[in-house]
Design a binder for this molecule. Structure first.
Ligand code: ATP
Ligand code: MG
Length: 420
């Protein structure tokens, strides 16, 4: 026998059993996004590799070692998208959407060739938001409040907010030089990665999780001492807005984010319940990116949240989930089986929203009831010879208490409407 082909390492099936939780998260996220007037955008999973190099930055984990890049048949270098922002920016430029402010959201799979572990996969899923054309800080506050509303909708209470500012490009350049000078003075304490990054992406050194580096990082100069008047006012406005909304946060001057394109506001939502992979949602402002990718200069702010990490959190305290099927139609005997699909269609017409599974493939009473039970439906609808003659259906509760009731077919949709 030949060996079974398996899924690719770090890329997972989502089996039916897991779907209700994913759907609950996605549905609630969508409802929250719509409550703020955000519109959905969908972009291709594959883009020119150049797009990611020019936006995320060549000297980043993503571009150096995590991208799934390949040559198209004509020789173009293409990549599976590792994140959503670059594609979104490309799409709004290409689609001519920058004439007015845009509040957009997306969801879907992202691909990064990382070492798979809990909370870190090679195909993972994000929901993200990108807003174009607003300079903030009011909109920065709005996107953070939106994430808070999402946690509330999901019943999550164990997330905390960290914020920082990266200043403007010029301020960051001065800070960067100062940081390099400082790190040069502590070369012997830097790990290999940080030494490699010292002149290419020194801010990223602050992001190092290497335990031996904690001391060097803690004593490093702070970006907050390098802010000009405007950046300082922006950051103060941002924090004041969060405070006014009753949202507590910690300022973490070492929070720099891994990607090149951020400026000013950055933030992360973090949990202690998922071990090392504790960042559930991360975002910030990227005012220079649209212009850098060839569009008219347009300020922008956004975030992305990792669905696998949210799922992992919610598995610990799952929200109530709706049953996948409300009712299972059992049809016993030839006459009933011949009518079953028609009765089911009639019910779906009469009661939109009804999730009805109709028995297919025949079987005796016992056998069909087993399938009804396995469907997870709380109700069985039973159609037999007698019911056909009387124009009725038996409604039998499959879970918990309740008596079987015979309901005229004409009243059935109304009867079920009160019970689903
Ligand atoms: P990390 O520091 O955990 O590597 P990141 O800074 O690379 O995160 P972002 O690019 O900001 O992550 O992506 C936003 C969110 O997407 C993260 O906060 C996380 O929840 C999720 N995420 C990122 N990479 C992965 C991955 N490989 N597997 C699962 N989720 C991920
Ligand atoms: Mg990463």
């Amino acid at each position: 026998m030949e060996k079974n082909i398996q899924a690719i390492r770090g890329m997972h099936d989502l089996l039916p059993e897991a779907s209700p939780l994913w759907q609950a998260i996605e549905d609630r996220a969508r409802a929250v996004l719509e409550a703020y007037g955000y519109a959905e955008i969908r972009t291709p999973l594959v883009e020119m590799t150049e797009l990611f190099k020019r936006s995320i930055g060549e000297v980043t984990d993503i571009c150096e070692k995590e991208m799934y890049s390949f040559a198209d048949r004509n020789g173009d270098s293409l990549s599976l998208r590792p994140e959503g922002t670059a594609s979104c920016v490309r799409a709004v430029i290409e689609g001519g959407l920058l004439g007015q402010a845009q509040r957009l959201w997306y969801r879907g799979p992202m691909f990064r060739h990382e070492r798979p572990q809990r909370g870190r996969y090679r195909q993972f899923h994000q929901i993200g938001v990108e807003v174009f054309g607003l300079t903030g800080p009011d909109i920065d506050i709005e996107v953070v409040l939106l994430t808070r509303r999402l946690w509330q909708a999901l019943g999550l209470t164990n997330l905390r907010l960290e914020v920082n500012t990266l200043g403007s490009g010029e301020e960051r350049a001065v800070y960067r030089a100062e940081l390099i000078r400082y790190l040069e003075g502590h070369l012997e304490r830097l790990d290999a990665d940080s030494r490699n990054r010292l002149y290419t992406n020194p801010l990223r050194v602050l992001d190092s999780k290497h335990p031996d580096m904690a001391g060097v990082i803690a004593a490093a100069p702070s970006i907050l001492d390098f802010l000009g008047e405007e950046s300082r006012a922006h950051f103060e406005g941002f924090r004041a807005g969060l405070a006014a909304a009753g949202l507590a946060c910690t300022v973490n001057p070492r929070l720099v984010r891994g990607l090149d394109y951020y400026n000013r506001t950055v933030f992360e939502w973090i949990t202690e319940d998922l071990g090392a992979q504790g960042t559930v949602c991360a975002g910030g402002r990227y005012d220079g990116l649209v212009e850098q990718l060839g569009g008219r200069a347009t300020p922008a702010v956004g975030f992305a949240l990792g669905l696998e990490r949210l799922v992992a959190l919610l598995e610990q305290t799952p929200p109530p989930l709706a049953p996948q099927v409300h009712a299972y139609l059992v049809a016993v005997g030839e006459a009933a089986q011949a009518r079953a699909l028609q009765v089911a269609e009639g019910l779906r017409d009469g009661l939109p929203g009804l999730r009805l599974m109709c028995n297919c493939g025949g079987g005796n009473f016992k056998n069909q009831f087993k399938k009804a039970d396995r469907s997870g439906a709380p109700l069985a609808l039973v159609l037999g010879e007698g019911e056909i003659e009387r124009g009725t259906v038996q409604v039998k509760p499959l879970r918990g208490e309740g008596e079987q009731v015979e309901v005229p077919l004409a009243d059935l949709a109304g009867y079920l409407a009160e019970r689903i």
